[in-house]
Design a protein around this ligand. Structure first.
Ligand code: C2E
Ligand code: MG
Ligand code: MG
Ligand code: MG
Length: 282
């Protein structure tokens, strides 16, 4: 993480807010140069289809390694990228990289059914988002059906008309749509019938207490049942134990993602992981 460096002894007396503002500015400056400097990388985390034991897909997760600040976690820089608008070019890079990595894996005979990329509200505010994604798909040769976009509940609340139009265009192209961190955002469920959505991702905060907290178990069961009644698929995120996996399998959850299965890893390591998994599942 980025720490204020007070080598001159001044920092000790600098008001906390000024230090924070300074740090933020330093981080923002670094972020502006990160794309050109090639400091971003995508890691991939596998998702398991519980019924078949086969690979369900992979989620692409952005990593930023700065030469001076070291590894900066997404929770720190994604909000800043959103505020500054830098998420737009960075997001384009993510989609292009993910499509290319999938095409490269395909050439090695490794074909995960889908790759999920996270899209933020700021990207949806761009009228050109759909055209750009379409162009990036075409350039990579990846069939649109193998791309999934992850969006949050709050995005659906911000500009429903524009959002629904963009999502419809994605769906017509064959791209699928999932709701990330489901259950933590805006509480209205009416959007589930108004928006073209394929998958709900149950937030990690509900999964973590499975086996200890009866209400979390009830919420998870209810989300799975509701999703299936609506014709949606369900993935549970943050699955760390076999007990959590067993509970989710018994409740009919479609897929899981989490450290129990695998951590996010660089593309080459993920390719090896998938090769091993396929051999085991075949
Ligand atoms: P997310 O999309 O909900 O991604 C899941 C996060 O949970 C990832 O954190 C992943 O590493 C972590 N995770 C997965 N399994 C487990 C587990 O079993 N236990 C625990 N404790 N954590 C687990 P990560 O990679 O730090 O990303 C954090 C968030 O940053 C993501 O949450 C997503 O909202 C955002 N993000 C990451 N990459 C991108 C990107 O390319 N674009 C945008 N807009 N946002 C991104
Ligand atoms: Mg996600
Ligand atoms: Mg998530
Ligand atoms: Mg989450």
């Amino acid at each position: 993480t980025v720490k204020a460096r007070g080598g001159n002894g001044y920092a000790l007396h600098t008001p906390e807010l000024a230090v924070q503002a300074q740090e933020r500015l330093r981080l923002e400056t670094a972020l502006r140069g990160a794309l050109d400097a090639g400091e971003f990388q995508l890691h991939y985390q596998p998702q398991l289809d519980l019924a078949s034991g086969r690979l369900f897909g992979v989620e692409a997760l952005l990593r930023w390694q700065h030469p001076e600040f070291g590894h900066i976690p997404p929770q720190r820089f994604i909000p800043l990228a959103e505020e500054t608008g830098l998420i737009v070019p960075i997001g384009d890079w993510v989609i292009a990289r993910a499509c290319r990595d999938l095409a490269d894996w395909g050439a090695q005979g490794i074909a995960p059914p889908r790759v999920a990329v996270n899209l933020s509200a700021r990207q949806f505010a761009q009228p050109q988002l759909f055209a750009r994604v379409k162009a990036l798909l075409e350039a990579s040769g990846l069939p649109p059906g193998r791309l999934e976009v992850e969006i949050t509940e709050s995005l659906l609340m911000q500009d429903p008309e524009a959002t629904v139009a963009t999502l419809r265009a994605f769906v017509e192209l064959g791209v699928s749509v999932s709701i990330d961190d489901f259950g933590t955002g805006y509480s209205s469920l009416s959007y589930l019938r108004r928006f073209p959505i394929h998958t709900l991702k149950i937030d990690r905060s509900f999964v973590i207490e499975l086996g200890h907290d009866a209400s979390d178990a009830a919420i998870v069961s209810a989300i799975i049942a509701m999703a299936h009644r609506l014709g949606l698929q369900v993935i549970a995120e943050g699955v760390e134990t076999a007990a959590q996996r067993d509970f989710l399998a018994a409740e009919g959850c479609d897929a899981i993602q989490g450290y129990w299965l695998a951590r996010p890893m660089p593309a080459a390591a993920c390719a090896e992981w998938m090769r091993g998994h396929d051999a085991q599942a075949a």
